[in-house]
Design a protein around this ligand. Structure first.
Ligand code: ATP
Length: 288
């Protein structure tokens, strides 16, 4: 089962939020959906799961429009900041209701997760702190028998220990039952090792649609004396730079010119995903 997003556009009032987005989401992969605040990530995830309608374009799964198929929508789950639950409902009853809605729910795994996170399922939703509301929603997302799990800012309010635990549980769960996860978060460093493919949304458009390894294999930091760095990187795709006294670092995205001799005084190292994202999405940078 593959999701195909074809020419999706969305306007709110006269503001164009998404501009003809095209992408494909393959089975059994972990994706990162990255973008600055207001880039349109939640809007896209809401359209993918039919919570809001686009102004143009289509979302299909193996050729079938999701909008017309409850069966396909039942294979997707979007966990988002929105609280869909009544405050007085007990968590254990919400688990049961979720089972009825989706036709399945892994109670044993949900219990394991409740124990691991220290969440008492007898509590009412309204009694939970912000972090535990997130944990409850994550438990639902991980325990459902769906093929596509969309997580919109899944670590809202989680402390560092709970974030670590969530990443570990997600990977364990993925290796036991491979399915697709699309994770939208600003904690890029923390998920960088987990995601295989990345979509970067910038001002309503897809700026990057690439495997993480491939993307990072062309992301370099060239450091050394300012003049030498500038002359070595001349004509390359420089997406940012930093200076400290006479020392300079130019961030290059794209291939280096192999014919160019590397001066002894400069150093070439790899960029990490977070740095690459920051420089790609800062004003004035370009992707080639
Ligand atoms: N229901 C709505 N009505 C009007 N404007 C909206 C609505 N929902 C979203 N927007 C606007 O659309 C733009 C994109 O919002 P969206 O929530 O998709 O961004 P995002 O990438 O998820 O941002 P963040 O990282 O800050 O959560 C924003 O300018 C937002 O104000």
């Amino acid at each position: 089962m593959k999701i195909k997003v074809d020419g999706i556009s969305k306007q709110f009032g006269n503001k164009q939020i998404l501009k003809s987005i095209n992408l494909e989401i393959e089975p059994n992969r972990i994706y990162g959906l990255l973008g600055r605040n207001g880039a349109g990530k939640s809007t896209l995830l809401n359209i993918l799961t039919d919570r809001i309608f686009p102004n143009g374009g289509s979302v299909t799964v193996d050729g079938e429009t999701i909008h017309e198929s409850d069966e396909l929508l039942g294979k997707m789950y979007l966990m988002s900041e929105v609280n869909l639950y009544q405050k007085r409902s007990r968590l254990q009853d919400l688990f049961k209701a979720t089972r009825l809605m989706y036709g399945g729910f892994d109670d044993v795994y949900a219990k394991h997760l409740c124990d691991a996170f220290g969440l008492n399922p007898k509590l009412r939703f309204g009694q939970l702190s912000t972090g535990y509301r997130t944990i409850f929603k994550l438990i639902i997302a991980l325990s459902l028998p769906v093929d596509f799990v969309f997580l919109d800012e899944p670590i809202l309010g989680l402390d560092a220990n709970h974030r670590e635990l969530f990443y570990k549980e997600l990977l364990d769960s993925y290796s036991q039952h491979p399915r697709t996860f699309v994770i939208s978060t600003h904690m890029i460093e923390e998920i960088a090792n987990m995601i295989e493919h990345v979509f970067v949304l910038e001002k309503g458009e897809i700026l990057v649609d690439d495997d993480v390894d491939h993307m990072l294999s062309q992301a370099y930091v060239i450091t050394g004396p300012g003049e030498t760095v500038d002359s070595y990187t001349e004509g390359l795709n420089i997406i940012g730079s930093e200076s400290l006294g006479n020392l300079k670092g130019n961030y290059v995205f794209g291939s280096l010119n192999d014919d160019r001799e590397i001066p002894d005084t400069i150093q070439i190292s790899r960029m990490d995903l977070q740095k690459l994202f920051i420089h790609l999405t800062s004003e004035g940078s370009t992707v080639e």
